[in-house]
Write a protein that binds this ligand. Structure first.
Ligand code: HEM
Length: 250
């Protein structure tokens, strides 16, 4: 695991500043379109009660372990499909350093008992099945799904602080959120550049964006499934203003 897991890094405002100051990407580029066109889906997943409970430190730890297990199945399927396909764009974008299944396995082992409601398992299997069939008919579109997981590292810098505050588990048990070290920005910028170079036609871009929206929706269903039998009162808040942790962390 990364050696710089010892200290917390970026705040949301640092991320935003960094993104704004280096935004050299044209408005109709695939990355600009991904950000803009999946924004409503991002706002939804960020504000579902499960996400709010993680940020508030009110999520039972076994349920957090259940989420890691769901994510492990999703990452495992997506990473293998991209790694093993011979689509030129996938080959150009994928780097083995982007794989996070080993981080998820490490973290799962740290959090003890796992609680996964059947609805979460069902939604995860649906996601895995959807990824497998998308990969079989249009592997290039999987890059949209990869964007969703890579981009989630940005919000992860907020979450890792909230989760460590809640579980007092230390960063070693949250290695999934530290996979790009203190700041995910250099990796994310390099990923964006590879995506721009690899996805040059409108048709490619449209398919990748549709896949990213589908990925957000599937993962939102998984998080909804993980809520089963939890008291969600007080976790129905509006999303925080852009780039701001609603609970004052970061
Ligand atoms: C749980 C609460 C979450 C918070 C507080 C959060 C917060 C953030 C923040 C601060 C950024 C960077 C600033 C911005 O571009 O607006 C960001 C970007 C992003 N997040 Fe989240 N996020 C959360 C959940 C998620 C989840 C669950 C996913 C997907 C699995 C996700 C996917 C993304 C993506 C793809 C981006 C990159 C947007 C882009 O620049 O193209 N986020 N998030």
């Amino acid at each position: 695991m990364s050696s710089d897991v010892a200290k917390f890094g970026d705040t949301a405002s640092e991320i935003e500043q960094d993104m704004n100051s280096t935004e050299l990407i044209a408005k109709d580029s695939v990355m600009a379109r991904l950000k803009l066109e999946t924004r409503p889906a991002h706002d939804r997943i960020e504000s579902v009660p499960f996400s709010m409970m993680m940020q508030e430190g009110r999520l039972p730890r076994a349920r957090f372990a259940g989420k890691l297990a769901c994510w492990l199945a999703v990452h495992g399927t997506l990473e293998a499909a991209i790694r093993e396909c011979d689509d030129d764009a996938c080959v150009a974008v994928w780097r083995e350093t982007m794989a996070r299944t080993s981080h998820l396995r490490n973290d799962l082992a740290c959090h003890g008992e796992m609680d996964m409601p059947p609805a979460a398992a069902t939604a995860t299997l649906k996601t895995v099945g959807w990824l497998a069939s998308l990969g079989a008919r249009d592997p290039r579109a999987l890059l949209g799904c990869l964007y969703v997981l890579e981009g989630s590292k940005l919000g992860g810098t907020i979450l890792r602080k909230c989760l460590d505050d809640a579980y007092k588990c230390g960063p070693e048990a949250l290695s999934y959120f530290w996979a790009s070290g203190t700041s995910p920005m250099p990796d994310f910028k390099a990923f964006k550049e590879r995506m721009e170079l690899a996805l040059t036609t409108d048709d490619d871009r449209d398919r990748v964006i549709a896949a990213a929206s589908g990925m957000f929706d599937h993962l939102t269903d998984v998080l909804d499934g993980l809520l089963c039998n939890l008291d969600t009162s007080g976790a129905e808040s509006e999303p925080a203003p852009e780039g701001v942790c609603p609970f004052g962390h970061g």
